[in-house]
Design a protein around this ligand. Structure first.
Ligand code: ATP
Ligand code: RIB
Length: 306
């Protein structure tokens, strides 16, 4: 990776959840009870995860969102600050902090129920939000806060010429105005299939999405990622061959680090490769934000592979 001449400024509007994680050999079927091995509370939420990933990768990062007045809210704010994320515009509201109830099995895969709580109050920009977005190089967005809030942020970014990267997760239909204000769409393969109706063919799905946004990256889990842009041949970058213990937050690690690498002016292939190294490090450790690597680790893991 090139050394940045200027530290990128990344703004994130999105969710902060406390992840309540049960580690089990095999997730229970409906009606079944299983005994798990371990329980952890880990700071998570797609917005906070992407903020932590970008900050640990070396960017200046500011987070817009909401937590409750409860202990989880305090812990999430502290955890973001410990990773270097500015939380001045993270609101504290009279609604319980969001939680994610996660089962991780022995293959490292997961099943998740999210209770949005305070995240559900992020329906519009608050004073200061647009100024912050205007000062950023890139705005990272996901769909764990109401789409009205996401749209308001994306349109503010567009007014100020700030690059927008939207992770369309959890999958839901996207308003055309939001796609019109999106520069880079970053779905996983399931979200890409949900958006296009095209399953098991990421190139075709990416091609369909390019009619709505100028650039697309589809992440493919252990099979890597695919980049497509209008008028160019798609590029595929493999994932690192590692043993996953917990893939929660892999996509968020990828998104946060990719945004940093692109904002630093690296080529798309180098940026994808660096993000793959970061995500591969994260899947080898438990927890969402807790598993995210720092820049020196990513550079060490990426040495000789990009
Ligand atoms: P999650 O929802 O679990 O955070 P996601 O579904 O959004 O993740 P994935 O496509 O599963 O995103 O993974 C994102 C990136 O992380 C992949 O493109 C790949 O680089 C890396 N990755 C994911 N799983 C693995 C794995 N088992 N081994 C190596 N790299 C992985
Ligand atoms: O993308 C991973 C995140 O999704 C977890 O941290 C959890 O909070 C869920 O929202």
């Amino acid at each position: 990776m090139t050394d940045p001449t200027k530290t990128p400024h990344i703004a994130v509007l999105g969710s902060a959840n406390m992840d309540l994680v049960a580690y089990v050999a095999k997730a229970p079927e409906r009606g079944e009870t299983v005994t798990g091995r371990e329980f952890r509370t880990v700071p998570g939420g797609k917005g906070a995860n992407q903020a932590v990933a970008a900050a640990r990768a070396g960017a200046t990062v500011s987070m817009i969102g909401a937590v409750g007045t409860d202990a989880f809210g305090t812990q999430l704010r502290t955890s973001l600050e410990q990773s270097g994320v500015d939380t001045d515009l993270l609101r504290t509201v009279e609604t319980p902090t969001g939680t994610a109830h996660i089962v991780v099995d022995d293959d490292g895969g997961n099943a998740i129920v999210v209770i949005p709580g305070a995240n559900g109050t992020v329906t519009a920009l608050a004073p200061g939000d647009e100024g912050l977005i205007a000062s950023a190089d890139t705005l990272l967005l996901q769909l764990e806060v109401p789409v009205e809030g996401v749209l308001a942020a994306a349109q503010a970014a567009r007014r100020h010429g700030v690059r927008t990267v939207l992770t369309p997760a959890p999958a839901r239909p996207l308003p055309p105005e939001l796609l019109a204000a999106t520069d880079l769409l970053l779905p996983n393969e399931h979200e890409a299939a949900a958006l296009t109706g095209i399953a098991d063919d990421p190139r075709a799905a990416a091609g369909a999405l390019l009619s709505q946004v100028p650039e697309v990256v589809i992440t493919l889990g252990s099979r890597g990622s695919l980049y497509a842009a209008r008028g160019a041949e798609p590029v595929t970058v493999p994932a690192r061959q590692v043993t996953a213990v917990d893939t929660t937050g892999a996509g968020d690690t990828f998104a946060g680090t990719l945004a940093v690498a692109l904002a630093e002016g690296n080529s798309v292939v180098d940026a994808l490769s660096w993000a793959s190294s970061a995500a591969a490090l994260s899947v080898q450790r438990p927890g969402a934000s807790a598993s995210m690597p720092y820049r020196t680790e990513i550079d060490g893991a990426a040495d000789g592979v990009s």
